[in-house]
Design a protein around this ligand. Structure first.
Ligand code: ZN
Ligand code: ZN
Length: 372
């Protein structure tokens, strides 16, 4: 079928992207879903830092690639081996499909599935080389989703069913920002109400970590970012204290759990320095492959500390998304407050500029009438 989508043509074009236009919005051909796959009409897609990381070259991927990995929509068609979904079911996309058949998948959400990681890196689907083309030329899938498009074909393992009462823009956020930030809190830290929890780096993932910590009753949530506007927003979302990284160091602020969400070595060093004795530094950010940090290892031993890396919030999406859905339904996880703008697909290059400048938490691409 004919679809419209946002295709990254070249990595590393200069800024502003509004001028250099690394992403073109164009018509593409989308093949039919295979036996284990579903066709989804996309209703909303979030613009995430991991999309920007492909555009700016921090996470190099094969090109051209139809971007977008945080999305939600309605199933239009299912492959013959998909027994548990029907047309009309609303779904959230999840960007790390699980094969349920490898050593990593045997260990819950602790490790990324090796088959899913392989297909994601290749720009393919879990059980198929890909269904996207343009003028006969292959276009790669982004993280098994490619949600910056009117429609997507994805593996069954890349979607989780969601209730009809959840707006698409909220559902989309569950798939990356909330799974990652929320998962760092629930799956890794698992704090009690009396524990202090600090979030370093207040993009969509960091704000979702903050909201989740609040949702489970953590009293002392500390928010850290360089940008005063983000600290103001964190305060509105319920952070008890807000600081710049410089203030954290100068005032010696420390917390039992510190979640690093910026994906930058300096943020990791701030997070480590702010971790209390006996505490845990959790990192979910994705820095550039050649980035390094300097740490005083004595504190790791002498203060009995832990450093944990967590990909996608150590999530098992089919287990975790219903939990976030329920918290949202109870009014305890107001993730719609993370939405800083609703935009059209054609504004994608401008959206990347705003994200790169730290001026957006979550911009949501809203798709109009998706007539199959
Ligand atoms: Zn993301
Ligand atoms: Zn697996």
């Amino acid at each position: 079928m004919r679809i419209r989508g946002a295709v990254l043509e070249e990595i590393g074009r200069g800024r502003p992207y509004a001028g250099t236009v690394p992403i073109t919005v164009c018509d593409l051909e989308l093949g039919d879903p295979g036996p284990t796959e579903v066709l989804v009409a996309i209703e909303a897609a979030g613009v995430c830092h991991s999309d920007l990381s492909v555009v700016d070259g921090n996470r190099p991927r094969p090109l051209p690639m139809l971007l977008g990995h945080e999305a939600a929509g309605t199933v239009l068609k299912v492959g013959e081996r998909v027994a548990d979904l029907v047309a009309g079911q609303r779904v959230v996309m999840s960007f790390l499909p699980r094969c349920e058949n490898c050593d990593a998948c045997d260990r819950g959400g602790q490790l990324p599935c090796s088959a899913g990681t392989r297909s994601n890196t290749a720009g393919e689907l879990l059980h198929h080389a890909g269904h996207l083309s343009r003028g006969g030329d292959r276009v790669r899938h982004h993280l098994g989703v490619s949600g910056f498009a009117t429609h997507a074909v994805v593996d069954r393992a890349s979607v989780v069913a969601v209730g009809d009462d959840v707006p698409a823009e909220v559902a989309a956020l569950f798939g990356c920002a909330v799974l990652t930030g929320g998962g760092a809190v629930l799956n890794v830290a698992d704090p009690s109400a009396a524990d202090s929890l600090m979030v370093v780096g207040l993009g969509g993932v960091g704000m979702a970590a903050l909201l989740t910590a609040k949702a489970v009753g953590v009293q002392r949530v500390i928010a850290v970012d360089r940008m005063p506007e983000k600290l103001a927003m964190a305060k509105e979302l319920g952070a008890a204290e807000t600081y710049t990284p410089e203030q954290v160091r100068a005032e010696g602020i420390r917390a039992r759990y510190v979640v690093e969400c910026a994906g930058h070595p300096a943020a990791f060093e701030t997070a480590y320095a702010a971790t209390a004795p006996g505490g845990m530094t959790i990192t979910v950010g994705l820095p550039a492959p050649n980035a390094t940090v300097t740490l005083p290892p004595l504190t790791l031993t002498a203060e009995a500390r832990t450093i944990v890396g967590s990909y996608l919030g150590s999530a098992v999406p089919a287990r975790d998304i219903p939990r976030y859905e329920q918290l949202w339904r109870e009014g305890r996880l107001p993730v719609e407050r993370l939405i800083s703008a609703r935009i059209e697909l054609e504004q994608i290059n401008e959206a990347m500029d705003l994200l790169a400048d730290g001026k957006a938490v979550r911009q949501i691409i809203v798709f109009g009438q998706n007539t199959p």
